[in-house]
Ligand binder design. Structure first.
Ligand code: CUA
Length: 156
């Protein structure tokens, strides 16, 4: 079959674009594989929360100038870790997952209000300008002691 010059050019362009696309895709996939462990994770095996970093050690850590990361696990019926304490003015990046059923994570008086679903990691941040005791409550019905599921964040 005879091929026109123009068709050849367009075929070459098409193939080149495909190659570039595959290269970019490959680089992105490779990049994900070698991403630093601090990168946000969004999926987790709910049966292995207690052995999956960083949720194997729920804790609040300082990551910057009055910036904190709170790695938390919601379970029936409470939250890990306790106690939670930060200085006034602290910005807290919460990363929360559930080790059993769907829970809520709400801090009344702030805009923090997320659903915590097993298998997923919820991310929410807030800057606590005013000192005080902030109640953290579960607002998703999760069982017999749902009403009792709460903890406190102390801002000093
Ligand atoms: Cu947990 Cu309601």
């Amino acid at each position: 079959m005879h091929m026109h010059r123009l068709e050849k050019i367009w075929l070459t362009v098409g193939v080149s674009m495909l190659v570039v696309f595959l290269l970019v895709l490959g680089i992105m996939t490779f990049g994900r594989g070698i991403a630093p462990p601090n990168e946000h994770i969004h999926r987790i095996d709910p049966a292995k929360v207690s052995e999956t970093p960083p949720f194997d050690k729920p804790q609040i850590t300082k990551i910057g100038d009055n910036v904190y990361k709170a790695v938390m696990v919601a379970y029936a019926f409470g939250y890990d870790p306790i106690p939670l304490e930060v200085p006034a003015g602290a910005t807290v990046h919460f990363e929360i997952t559930s080790s059993d059923v769907v829970h809520g994570f709400q801090i009344p008086g702030t805009n923090v209000n997320v659903m915590v679903t097993p298998g997923e990691v919820s991310h929410v941040s807030h800057t606590f300008d005013k000192p005080g005791e902030y109640l953290i409550i579960c607002n998703e019905y999760c069982g017999i002691a749902h009403e009792m599921m709460k903890t406190t964040l102390v801002v000093k």
